[in-house]
Design a protein around this ligand. Structure first.
Ligand code: NDP
Length: 282
């Protein structure tokens, strides 16, 4: 159990989000309840799932089994690309809310802009409706590169609370981060550990050895010191615990700069400008 409380970030509507969350992408449906229970046990109070992960029910089961008060855990889910559209968004939200077993979802995200469908503006209008009704405490986007974000800001009313994007040392998307923060949109890093690929870089391992922490902790701390919200995923109990144990050490400015210098513009995930999968399982 972590001893230092995780700080919260205030979103643009005043809602507080714990800066460290637990992501469940690629956690199998039948292992999700157990993994999330372990995360809650380790001190996480922020869970990041998605309809496209097909494990929302496991997240909900873990929340109920934990006995934690509902307001103590921040829960995010996301709309599948194939569910974008005015009415389909509302139907998909009900399905997610039911699977999670929650009355109110803390944060609901448009998972991808999915530009080939050109439906993210009408989708966002439905998000605004859910927000106005109080079914969600905050609404946001994911994978919104600057042109998508700019169009959304120009054509709709509610400024997204967050933009959840791929960020790790070798892929930092500084332009998207800058455009998001400038518009008052908090930045959430997905794949914050680069799915492991950045952990062997000497700039990371040298700091880890000096501070007596793991390379994973160094990379996660590098995000935190930039004010970024992180959602690392692990199904390994020791990693679940160490990925939130980030508050008893600090990186120097030189450490930060050396890790930032690893940016090589190499993404792991799909390119949001062209990604056109529906995320709907056959
Ligand atoms: P991460 O960068 O969190 O890496 C996860 C991988 O790294 C797993 O293979 C895990 O292995 C391993 N790992 C975890 N901790 C450590 C550690 N301390 N040391 C070494 N290896 C470690 O990648 P994800 O892509 O899973 O991203 C995290 C979350 O971001 C997702 O779960 C999801 O919630 C979100 N996400 C959102 C996307 C979007 O489009 N909005 C896209 C992708 C992710 P193991 O589990 O075996 O321990």
């Amino acid at each position: 159990m972590t001893t230092t409380p995780v700080p919260s970030i205030e979103l643009n509507n005043g809602v507080l989000i714990p800066q460290v969350g637990y992501g469940v992408f690629q956690v199998p449906e039948d292992g999700t309840q157990r993994a999330v229970e372990q995360a809650l046990e380790a001190g996480y109070r922020h869970i990041d799932t998605a309809a496209a992960y097909y494990n929302e029910a496991g997240v909900g089961a873990a929340l109920r089994a934990s006995g934690l008060p509902r307001e103590d855990v921040f829960v995010t889910t996301k709309l599948r690309n194939g569910d974008q559209g005015a009415d389909s968004t509302l139907r998909a939200f009900e399905a997610s809310r039911t699977a999670l077993g929650l009355d109110v979802v803390d944060l609901y995200l448009v998972h991808w802009p999915y530009p080939s469908a050109d439906r993210y503006i009408e989708t966002w209008r439905s998000f605004e409706k859910l927000y106005a009704e109080g079914a969600v405490r905050a609404i946001g986007v994911s994978n919104f590169l600057p042109p998508f974000l700019e169009r959304l800001l120009a054509e709709t009313d509610v400024v997204p609370a967050v933009n959840q994007i791929e960020i790790h040392p070798s892929f930092q998307q500084v332009d998207t981060q800058t455009a998001s923060r400038a518009a008052g949109v908090a930045v959430q890093a997905y794949s914050p550990l680069g799915q492991g690929k950045d952990l062997h870089a000497p700039a990371v391992t040298e700091v880890a050895e000096r501070l007596g922490v793991t390379p994973g902790q160094v990379v996660l701390r590098w995000h935190l010191q930039q004010g970024t919200i992180i959602i690392p995923k692990s199904v390994t109990p020791e990693r679940i615990a160490s990925n939130i144990d980030l508050f008893s050490f600090e990186l120097t400015e030189q450490d930060m700069a050396a890790i930032s210098a690893l940016d090589s513009d190499e993404r792991i995930g799909a390119d949001p400008a062209t990604a056109d999968f529906t995320q709907v399982r056959a």
